[in-house]
Write a protein that binds this ligand. Sequence first.
Ligand SMILES: CC(C)(COP(=O)(O)OP(=O)(O)OC[C@H]1O[C@@H](n2cnc3c(N)ncnc32)[C@H](O)[C@@H]1OP(=O)(O)O)[C@@H](O)C(=O)NCCC(=O)NCCS
Length: 172
Amino acid sequence: MDMNIRYSTIKKAEAIEILRDKTSFNYTFDQTTIELLKKRFALKDSLYILAKNNGEFTAFCSVDRDWWENNYFFIREILVDPNFQKLGLGQELMKRCIDHAKKKGAKGVVTETAFENVPMQKLCAKFGFQQWNNPQWKEGITYKLTLGGFRRSAVESEIGVDSRLRGNDIKR
Ligand SMILES: CC(C)(COP(=O)(O)OP(=O)(O)OC[C@H]1O[C@@H](n2cnc3c(N)ncnc32)[C@H](O)[C@@H]1OP(=O)(O)O)[C@@H](O)C(=O)NCCC(=O)NCCS
């Protein structure tokens, strides 16, 4: 496949509209999700990353501080267009979100997924997330990655993201 992936950071809440009705498996960015993403976008240290291939939407990932444990970041949304799955894009986006949390001095990163969402569970395991017994949510699996012993070089070499997928960063 001809790939020319570019990553950008969303800078204005209106730009979140690009996600509306984007869908992958049984997951869709519906009205409620879009509204919640807009609210969280305004929080300090939120990071919303878009990936486009030849200018077309390809993937999205967001991380924010709206989590009830102090100084933890939450990977709230991650979605890769079905035509671009299993190519390493999810991994690259997640890595960027974890790196961001680390730079902001986070104690850790959490995320949540459905019991049946095997791709997401595998992706989390790849980064060393552990299943966590979340007292506030039992309807799926909560994953937690503690950043205390997190070494950038170790993660980069273990994860080994394909250099073509690192893409070029552009500012919007
Ligand atoms: C979960 C998701 C983001 C993964 O994105 P992706 O770009 O396909 O993932 P990657 O190519 O980076 O794969 C990374 C790892 O995830 C796992 N994985 C990805 N897709 C998988 C699949 N269909 N089945 C099993 N494992 C899978 C693998 O362990 C893979 O590593 P490997 O290729 O070395 O084995 C993608 O499947 C998706 O968009 N799903 C729909 C939206 C969604 O459910 N989001 C999460 C909501 S909580």
